[in-house]
Write a protein that binds this ligand. Structure first.
Ligand code: MRU
Length: 361
């Protein structure tokens, strides 16, 4: 996809404002960590891996001008603000931990060099995510036939990552391998990531896409036209329970009912072995207005109750396979995920910071 989700240029962070797509392609610039935190919270940028990259870049911006003890104190404040933005995507906490390690290893550097070192770490996280998506895309593509129709939910594409995408990375890789792939995209109420974002980026890449309302998935699956479901994840627990956009769980139930494989595309940065099961995954609740209003207009009577959990948990037993950049995990996930994660080092999927983009000072 030609448009960049997030980019570091000239000590500023640029993000396409995903709230305005597909109507307007507006790129916003941030030079301060508070702005980055607000961009994550208000969903200028969203999608677990993209949130992780944004948080890492936010840390680098936040540390600018600080060194030594002051940098440590500053990091605590910056990380607290960024961590509070969205609780479910584990990539956020994962990226903050990685930035903290880089900070602690370089506390003797003076402020300008420390800033450049942390900027490079953020860029390495970006590069590693892109590489992971390309690698998992290749593994996933092998699961598809020469002609395949994929049903997806939310947006697990280039817009949700550093680029290429996870679920949509599999679609892209299959197409690059010469397969004929078409996509059905759930609209994904209430934020419409499917209708607005998945449809937008697939159209840009000329990949055939058909948007359906979420409540049509059962009919579409029963019709026999779907070969597999592929979704992303915000956090997958050690036992293979998958937290993803609200509406993923009913889709998995429907897929099982209709004997359609249900795949989860998950970079290892989205797998949280510290969470034994989905029960420990924090589920974000967002503003009731996302449900009570549509395009700024009230759609429910004033004063009615609204429940708006942003994610649900799909039990591992409904997941056919989890596609990672190190291979495809099959049940039992407690074993297969632990094995893949063990072989994973922070920089395994990309170059490490300081290798190719060495600080200039
Ligand atoms: O609320 P969002 O838009 O951030 O939710 C995004 C999802 O649920 C994605 O499927 C998930 O983050 C994986 S993105 C590769």
């Amino acid at each position: 996809m030609a448009v960049k989700t997030i980019e570091w240029r000239g000590d500023r962070v640029f993000m396409i404002d995903q709230r305005l797509l597909p109507g307007k392609e507006i790129v916003r610039a941030y030079d301060d960590y508070r702005g980055v935190a607000e961009a994550i919270r208000t969903m200028v940028i969203r999608g677990a891996p993209a949130i992780g990259v944004a948080a890492a870049m936010g840390v680098a911006l936040g540390i600018k001008g600080h060194a030594g003890k002051r940098a440590e104190t500053r990091f605590a404040q910056v990380a607290k603000t960024l961590r509070a933005t969205r609780p479910t995507a584990v990539n956020l906490a994962w990226a903050l931990e990685r930035m903290e390690r880089a900070l602690r290893e370089n506390l003797t550097l003076e402020a300008p060099r420390l800033f450049r070192r942390l900027r490079d770490e953020a860029l390495a996280i970006y590069d590693a995510d892109l590489a992971a998506n390309r690698a998992l895309g290749k593994f996933g593509a092998e699961l598809l036939g020469a002609e395949a129709t994929v049903l997806t939910h939310c947006n697990a594409g280039a817009l949700a990552t550093a680029g290429y995408g996870t679920a949509l990375g599999v679609v892209r890789a299959a197409r690059e391998a010469g397969k004929r792939v078409a996509v059905y995209a759930d609209e994904t109420r209430p934020f419409l990531q499917g209708a607005r974002l998945t449809a937008w980026e697939l159209r840009k890449d000329r990949i055939p896409v058909t948007v359906i309302a979420d409540n049509m998935a059962g009919t579409v699956l029963r019709s026999g036209r779907i070969d597999c479901v592929i979704v992303g994840t915000d956090r997958t627990a050690a036992n293979g329970d998958v937290a993803n956009k609200i509406g993923t769980y009913p889709l998995a139930v429907l897929a099982r009912r209709h004997h359609v494989p249900f795949y989860v595309a998950a970079p290892l940065s989205s797998i949280d072995l510290a969470c034994a099961s989905g029960e420990q995954i924090p589920i974000e609740e967002r503003s009731p207005l996302e449900i009570a209003e549509f395009a700024g207009k009230a759609v429910t009577p004033k004063g009615v109750g609204v429940f708006n959990p942003a994610f649900d948990v799909t039990p591992a037993e409904l997941v056919t396979a989890i596609i990672t950049e190190r291979g495809v995990a099959r049940p039992s996930y407690a074993k297969s995920l632990a094995r893949l994660k063990k072989a994973h080092s922070p920089n395994a999927a990309g170059r490490s910071a300081g290798q190719a983009r060495r600080p200039t000072g």
